[in-house]
Design a protein around this ligand. Structure first.
Ligand code: CMP
Length: 138
């Protein structure tokens, strides 16, 4: 059954001009783009989004990075979207990402890793609701 997931093309990938190439990988893998918007988010918005990581040593740096420039917020849909997007993205640390994955191709470091994807159904529901109103999900 079709499932929705939430994704971000992160500021490093946008800065390097990889947005179009990443979107092409996503569409080629069979995802429908339900909604997409470019945004410049505040540190506070990033902290709310990544609140599950608030005790981690990288939390403040991560939130500063996510608010360092424009990014693209997206809702994607396909059968098994959550797991399939994570497979397409590759490991969090690009040094460990498989050949052919988005992070292997486009990520620079464990923090500046080009793309985010929800890690489960509950997370996807929270993340979609955090950035999108129901009327934007078409
Ligand atoms: P993401 O999939 O968006 O989920 C949390 C983010 O935190 C992750 O991608 C990375 O950008 C960042 N992150 C995870 N682990 C580390 C780490 N060890 N050091 C720095 N940043 C990290």
């Amino acid at each position: 059954m079709a499932q929705r997931t939430f994704s971000i093309i992160k500021p490093d990938a946008v800065r390097k001009g990889h947005t179009g190439a990443i979107l092409a990988e996503i569409e080629k893998a069979g995802f429908k783009i339900v909604s997409i918007k470019k945004a410049a988010i505040s540190v506070e918005q990033a902290k709310g989004f990544y609140y599950v990581h608030k005790e981690r040593p990288f939390f403040n740096d991560l939130c500063a990075f996510m608010s360092s420039g424009p990014l693209f917020l997206m809702v994607l849909e396909k059968d098994n979207a959550i797991a399939d997007l994570r497979k397409l993205m590759g490991a969090t640390n690009p040094a460990n990402a498989e050949e052919g994955t988005i992070r292997k191709k486009f990520a620079g470091s464990i923090q500046e890793n080009a793309i985010h994807g929800s890690d489960g159904e509950d997370t996807a529901a929270f993340e979609i609701g955090y950035w999108f109103a129901g009327c934007e999900l078409i």
